[in-house]
Every structure is written in structure tokens, then in C-alpha cells.
Design a protein around this ligand. Sequence first.
Ligand SMILES: Nc1ncnc2c1ncn2[C@@H]1O[C@H](COP(=O)(O)OP(=O)(O)OP(=O)(O)O)[C@@H](O)[C@H]1O
Ligand SMILES: [Mg+2]
Length: 362
Amino acid sequence: MQIQHLKLLNFRNYERLEIDFGPAFNLIYGKNGMGKTNLIESIYVLALTKSFRGTVDKVVIMNNKELTRIEADIVQKRSNNFKLIITGDGKTAKINNNKVAKLSDYISMIGVILFNPGDLRIIKDSPSIRRKSLNVDISQLNNTYLKYLSSYNKILKQRNAYLKTMSINGLASTDYLDSLTEKMIGYGIKVFQERKKILELINLKIGKIYNSIMQQGSLTIEYESDYEGKNQDELFKLYKKNLKRDLFLGKTEMGIHKDDYIFSVDDKPLKDYGSEGQQKNAIIAYKFALIDIYKDYKGEMPILILDDLFSELDYEKINNILKLINDEMQILITTTEIDKIEEAIVNKAKKFYVNNGIIEEV
Ligand SMILES: Nc1ncnc2c1ncn2[C@@H]1O[C@H](COP(=O)(O)OP(=O)(O)OP(=O)(O)O)[C@@H](O)[C@H]1O
Ligand SMILES: [Mg+2]
């Protein structure tokens, strides 16, 4: 998959922009605060309809403007024009000028795998950050996943509300609760199976990739879920057994909404033991594993975006990472430090210099 022509209107600090990316290596450089991240963010937002910065949608609209429009020609098995318009009231997506009825069907159509320094939170922060990130990754591979997940979450909410009603009103009959529990388990198992499958695939690939960057240490990823090794009946019995606790707390304490996964090097959790560089390269290895998996699932390469990859990494690691990139992949890299990249790579890249919302092809 390739992004060719990108056209922006009022996106962050870009009032109007039209650029053509190269089919392989694209290098976007410039000083701090000039718009490098904004540029690649626009592509991510076009693909996923939401920013990785975790802000409300309308923040990406240029200050004092009503709307932003992102438009790109993407070469997939055939060429398609994608357009996303965001206003203060909502968003509209169009493919080849036809309005998309449901955004959830649109989300998995442009494959983008992105690394941003904020991704370090995947290792450092709480399980909810990891679940969110995994949900985005899986939703790009399989668009029924989000449907199962949102059904699960909807029933979880109903179940929690009903638990509260039961304890306030002193209700004894659990018939309605049981029916909710049963439905919730059904969707939960689907989500669990998909997460397990993807994390196992990642685990098969991640060690080798990490090692080729770091030259030492064995990276693994381990999925932790209440649903592990249990079928529908066993889970139902467990929910029954935990009913008193759930009633007391007024919420469901067990389920895939508590899932987590742990990155370890040489069996030591990176969260507690890892250096900045180790943590960063673990995330990079994870992203490269995802690229492989994406290709196996979809039969084509996603677009790879590496935002500010180089800070904190030494010359050797940076260029080990760049060696992982093959010619059939389109890649966009942003940096303030072009001199950290081997000359041969710089020479074959298409280069863009970013200066305060204006981009110059070099
Ligand atoms: N909605 C907006 N409207 C106008 N300008 C914005 C908006 N949101 C952010 N900006 C501006 O965009 C600039 C930051 O751009 P960006 O994050 O792309 O920088 P960068 O080139 O990636 O810098 P760094 O090298 O520090 O990561 C800031 O000057 C900020 O004020
Ligand atoms: Mg930036």
C-alpha cells in the first residue's frame, strides 16, 4: 500500500498543502515545532479517523477555522481516493467521492503502522493503555473485532448497572443478570481469541527482530487474561462464584476488560527493568512484527510511519532499525537529525524540509 498525493486544508499548522510522496523511503526533516508530526498525524487520522495523540477530534482543526479536510490518493490493489472532513460537530469520510455510511467499516481500509514517542507508554503505563493500543492494531487487521469489543463493552455496562440495581433494591433473582453474563462471555471469548492469536503471532516474531536491533537480549511478550484456558461454562461458573464480590463492588471484576500483556527481556519485565533504549526498541520490534502480520492477513504491505524515532538511540541501533526496512515497503520517517542516518539511505530517500507549515521538496 502506498500514499501518493496528500492534500490538506486547515490541518493543524497546515493551511493548504499538496505533496507527493515517493514509493519507498521518505524523509521528513526540520526543526522542533515546525509540523513534522502534524504531517504524519494527518495520514494516521485519515486512516483511523482519530489521532494517536489521544485528544478530542476537533483539536486537529487549524486554530480559528471551521473544518479540516484530509485527502489522499492511496494505491492499494487499485488506486483509491480517501477523504476525511472533520468539523466541530463530527466527521465525514468519502472513498472515491462516495460518502461512507459507517465509519466502523472505513477504519480498516488504509493500513498504517505508526511509531511515535508516545508509544513508550505502551510499556510504561497502565494496562488500559496497552489494551487501547492492541485494539487499534487488531482493528486494522480484522474489522469484526471492534464490533465484538463494543458489544462486550455495552453488555458490561448493562451488567454493572444491574449489579448496582440489585444491591440497592435487594433483589435476589439472578435470571436477568445471568442472561447478561452469558452474552458478555460470548463476546468476551471472541475478543480473547483474537487478542491471543495476534499476541502469539507477535511473540513468534518479536524476539528475532529485537535481537537484530540490539544484538543482545531475548524479548518476549506475554498475554494475561482472566479468560485464559476457560470455556463458556467454566467462565459462567466463575462469574457465579464471584457474584458476591461483584455485588459488593457494584461492578464486574473479571473479564477481558482487565486483560494485559507484558514485555520482558530475558524474563525481566521491561516496565521495571528496561532502559529507555531497550523499551523503545521493544516497541519498534513490536511494530515491525505487526507489519509482517499485516502482510500475511491482507496480502499487502501497510504504510510504515516512524515519528521521531531517533532521539535517545545511538547511531548503530538507528541503522540496525533502518536495515529492517525492505524495498517493497513505503516508509515515512520524521527527524530533526538527518545526520544520524547513513548517507546511502539519505541519498536514496525522497526528502522533505518542513518549515512552519510549509514543506519544500529537497
Ligand atoms: N490546531 C492547530 N492550529 C494551528 N497550529 C497548531 C495546531 N495544533 C498544533 N499546532 C502547532 O503545530 C506545531 C507543532 O507541530 P509538530 O508537533 O508537528 O512539530 P514537530 O515538527 O513534530 O516538532 P518536534 O521536532 O518538536 O517533534 C506547534 O507550533 C503548534 O503550535
Ligand atoms: Mg514531532
